[in-house]
Design a protein around this ligand. Structure first.
Ligand code: PLP
Length: 402
């Protein structure tokens, strides 16, 4: 065990199950550990390092802005924040933006906005319909909105006003809607829940129901947004526009940022309703602006769609050849490989040994979410590594059964 791992044990809360590797450098899709060993990074800071490590756009935006003005309060105007807000609005169906520092904060703000709207426009409605297996963050409200008991029950009593229904089930949303409901909160594809892709018409039908019932649709695009699924936002492929949308992760290429956006009709905040010290500061929003502009100008979402089709073909061929693979699912550059049994942790360790960093999103599933700039050759190398690891796991199973 390296000294760094000893220090982690000594000084940090043990909240993360970390892989036994200390990364010290990155370039594109490649990262190096403190022993100089090279890896392909198919976790990308959990779908955050959208342009890859040390991308010149991110590096120069950071240096440029840090040398001019890194932080000012939201008590004054700041140009980078306004430029990023304008770029987001001009490239989405939403009208107004609030900037914060993380995904959880973006969802927390989205919930507050929906409650304020419910108070003013729906006779005090405050309840949010959420889905099983959802993940929306770790603050008290967002963990309550999430769909995994083990993340929330240790922190009870939890805030009231959240009801859960199965994902991919419009009828369940209809039945759960009542006079107290102000919004439905959904991920277009559930990321942390295991890359769960709903039926093609799910979001469209939820949208129709929200309109009929007079409630808001909040989309959590924190993992699916900013090009990850092959369009700038996943909703653009679903034929359903959100009233409120939350972003974070890839928006500034790995620099911490979050945002929620809303249509004018539900932009219910008044001065004093919400705030943040660091949210929208010049440093992070300048990087966000440069990253988003690069992603739009270079049609990175279009490239992701094409690379995603290539990856899908390679993964489906893996599934055909390996009985241990029971399903592959995803879109763009967000994929899961479902295994027959709780083998994902072992598979992740074996991939790491072979120089590939992937994530065990569930005990039974591996998740792939490389930087959006990954090449087809790098995708092929990763799939070949997984191919070898699956063969080894199958070999071990055969030996155990013999
Ligand atoms: C869909 C979704 N929402 C919210 C979050 C929380 O984001 P953060 O960890 O930045 O608070 C995540 C993080 O994985 C996520 O995937």
């Amino acid at each position: 065990m390296s000294d760094w791992q000893q220090l982690e044990k000594r000084y940090l809360f043990s909240t993360f199950k970390r892989q036994p590797v200390t990364l010290v450098r990155g370039q594109g899709v490649r990262v190096w550990d403190d022993q100089g060993r090279e890896y392909l990074d198919f976790v990308a800071g959990i779908a955050s390092v959208s342009l890859g490590h040390s991308h010149p756009v991110v590096v120069s935006a950071l240096v440029e802005q840090a040398g001019v003005l890194a932080h000012v309060s939201n008590l004054v105007y700041s140009i980078p924040q306004l430029r990023l807000a304008q770029l987001l609005v001009e490239n989405s169906c939403l009208d107004r933006v609030f900037f914060c520092n993380s995904g959880a904060e973006a969802i927390e703000g989205a919930i507050k906005l929906a409650r304020k709207w419910g108070k003013e426009k729906r006779e005090g409605a405050y309840e949010v319909i959420c889905t099983d297996n959802a993940f929306h963050g770790r603050t008290l409200a967002t963990v309550t909105a999430s769909g995994t008991d083990k993340y929330k029950l240790p922190f009870a009593p939890l805030p009231p006003g959240f009801v859960h229904v199965p994902y991919n089930d419009v009828e369940a949303i209809r039945k759960a809607t009542g006079a107290k409901t102000c919004a439905v909160l959904l991920e277009p594809i559930q990321g942390e829940g295991g890359v769960n892709v709903p039926r093609d018409d799910y979001l469209r039908q939820v949208r129709v129901w929200c309109d009929e019932a007079g409630i808001l649709l909040i989309l959590d695009e924190i993992q699916t947004g900013i090009g990850r699924t092959g369009s700038l936002f996943a909703y653009q492929q679903c034929g359903a526009e959100p009233d409120i949308m939350a972003l974070a992760k890839g928006l500034a290429g790995g620099v911490p940022i979050g945002a929620f956006l809303a249509k004018e009709h539900c932009a219910a905040f008044a001065p004093g309703d919400h705030g943040s010290t660091f949210g929208g500061n010049p440093l992070c929003t300048h990087v966000g602006y440069c990253v988003l502009k690069y992603i739009i100008d270079n049609d990175i979402p279009g490239q992701v769609a094409r690379k995603g089709q290539h990856l899908e073909r390679r993964l489906r061929s893996l599934a055909d050849r390996h009985p241990i693979v029971t399903d592959v699912r995803g879109r763009g550059l967000l994929w899961a490989i479902e295994l027959a049994g709780e083998l994902a942790e072992q598979a992740v360790g074996m991939c790491l040994e072979e120089g590939l960093i992937v994530n065990n999103v569930k005990p039974t599933a591996l998740r792939l979410m490389p930087p959006l700039v990954v090449s087809e050759e790098e995708l092929d190398r990763a799939v070949e590594t997984i191919d070898r690891v699956l063969a080894k796991l199958e070999e071990e199973e055969r030996e155990r059964d013999a």
